[in-house]
Ligand binder design. Structure first.
Ligand code: ADP
Length: 273
């Protein structure tokens, strides 16, 4: 769930119901649990659509913590995170932002694609990452101490970064960084099958094709075929769309506008499906 500015009242998602399905790839679950016990903030590094968000949802459920997710964007201000005064009738009332809400209630706060936010926004999280775990609410002239169970998690896609847009080293070094990538074949097949409703044999063909397609990264593709795209294609196939049509609309078209690259990618999918 994403939280937009001023939407902090709806921001907290309580754990409950069934655990989200997450297939661990390495020792990320154990490391995250230890970081949580030691109150260390965590950064999830990796390409889009490889399981970072699902992992946080799973961990929040596993550790019985509410989750507050903020999809960061370039217009996100520090007030969007921390809070602001709003006019209600003749009165001005303070409304906590999602970061403040999470710090107060002891939720996990997941700042997705933090690098999209402006640097002056990013620095508001610094005091929450040091041992005092405090959050200055400058506009209120107040400082709050984070709840003992509060945890800050950020995601970061190194592939998108340019010299102009990168996280400051002073921000990065405040986090324990877990590296994510598309799962290995033997794990990606059951993930795609389970998430999309495809049988294992067809999921295996999709994954094999994707692994070939990912090699085209060096040929001008900014993005490669993600696990998410495979799940989308698989879902269309299990919903009755012919397999190659599904690969075209769910994997290839969103990835490139270049007709030659479209053809090169479709060649790979035709060879496998
Ligand atoms: P990210 O946050 O890295 O962009 P997501 O967490 O949204 O990516 O993952 C995209 C989709 O891929 C998920 O909705 C899920 O269906 C699937 N997925 C990827 N990795 C895993 C995994 N290890 N276990 C379960 N599902 C996964």
């Amino acid at each position: 769930m994403s939280v937009n500015q001023g939407a902090s009242r709806d921001a907290v998602r309580m754990p409950g119901g069934e655990a989200p399905f997450y297939q661990p790839v390495g020792n990320e679950v154990e490391i995250f649990e230890t970081a949580y016990r030691k109150r260390l903030p965590v950064m999830l590094k990796g390409p889009t659509g490889c399981g970072k968000t699902r992992f946080v949802e799973y961990m929040a459920h596993r550790l019985s913590r509410p989750l507050v997710t903020v999809a960061c964007h370039e217009d996100l201000t520090s007030s969007d995170l921390v809070g602001r005064f709003l006019l209600e009738g003749a009165e001005t009332v303070w409304q906590d932002g999602p970061l403040t809400t999470a710090a107060k209630v002891g939720a996990f706060c997941y700042l997705d694609e933090i690098v999209e936010a402006r640097t002056d926004t990013t620095v508001v999280i610094h005091p929450l990452t040091d041992h005092r775990r405090h959050l200055p609410l400058e506009k209120r002239g107040e400082e709050i101490e984070a709840h003992k169970d509060f945890m800050l998690v950020i995601s970061y896609n190194p592939g998108y970064q340019t010299v102009l847009k990168d996280l400051k080293p002073s921000t990065k070094q405040r986090f324990v960084a877990l590296t994510f990538d598309y799962p290995p074949e033997e794990k990606e097949i059951p993930i795609v099958a389970r998430e999309s409703g495809l049988d294992q044999a067809l999921a295996a063909k999709l994954v094999a094709a994707a692994r070939k397609a990912r090699n085209l990264k060096d040929h001008g593709l900014q993005e490669v075929t993600s696990t998410r795209a495979l799940v989308y294609a698989g879902s269309l196939i299990s919903g009755g769309v012919p397999p190659l049509e599904a690969c075209l609309v769910a994997i290839v078209n969103p990835q490139t506008d270049d007709p030659e690259l479209v053809e090169a990618l479709m060649e790979i999918f035709r060879a496998h499906l």
